[in-house]
Ligand binder design. Structure first.
Ligand SMILES: C[S@@+](CC[C@H](N)C(=O)[O-])C[C@H]1O[C@@H](n2cnc3c(N)ncnc32)[C@H](O)[C@@H]1O
Length: 183
């Protein structure tokens, strides 16, 4: 995911982007990003307690909240953060419709969104039977999410990265009009 982000976000290694790592889990992605990119700050969000002592990590903040139930204050904070630096929303293996919420946050506050979809949520598109027979449900779920991103983005992409060990290995990217183009 990090390699994909670096490729798609113009000036990723140089500018002060803020990554919003939704459903951060063990925070491995967040910590790796901070470690490798000294210009990046991360806000990690999960409904479980922070797995590390966040006070010891610079450029890292953790919010233990259940989305969407406790997200009211977070929305005001996302607005403030977006005025400081461009926001990149990341959702790796998010449960069901959490990805939809990330897409809405991207639409409102973000410049880029990156998803690696996992378990299937509620579909918006209605796929023909042929598609259902040809592709698995997880693939159609990823296409459904990509389509939602595609129609609100200036550029978007969806592809399968066979190098990812997990079978949930589809990557989705979208960027808004105002976001700098990839190099
Ligand atoms: C499958 S894990 C992915 C973790 C991490 N992104 C990774 O790839 O290792 C999904 C994460 O989303 C969190 N999560 C699920 N529902 C949530 C909700 N409603 N609000 C906040 N976090 C949630 C879970 O606690 C879990 O850590």
């Amino acid at each position: 995911m990090l390699l994909f982000i670096e490729k798609k976000v113009s000036g990723f290694s140089k500018k002060p982007w803020i990554i919003i790592d939704v459903g951060a889990g063990n925070c491995l992605f967040s910590l790796l990003t901070i470690f490798l990119f000294p210009n990046i700050s991360v806000l990690a969000i999960d409904n479980h307690p922070c797995p590390i002592d966040s006070s010891k990590v610079q450029r890292f903040e953790y919010r233990e909240i259940k989305i969407p139930r406790d997200a009211e204050n977070l929305l005001a904070d996302l607005k403030k953060l977006s005025q400081k630096a461009p926001l990149i929303f990341v959702g790796i293996h998010l449960c069901r419709d959490l990805s939809r919420i990330v897409i809405q946050w991207y639409k409102t506050f973000g410049t880029h969104v990156f998803l690696m979809p996992c378990c299937v949520g509620k579909f918006k598109l209605s796929f023909p039977r042929l598609f259902k027979e040809t592709f698995g449900k997880e693939d159609l779920w990823a296409i459904d999410l990509w389509h939602e991103i595609h129609i609100i983005s200036e550029k978007s992409e969806i592809f399968r990265d066979e190098k990812i060990l997990s079978p949930r290995n589809i990557l989705i990217w979208g960027k808004t009009k105002n976001a700098p183009l990839p190099h």
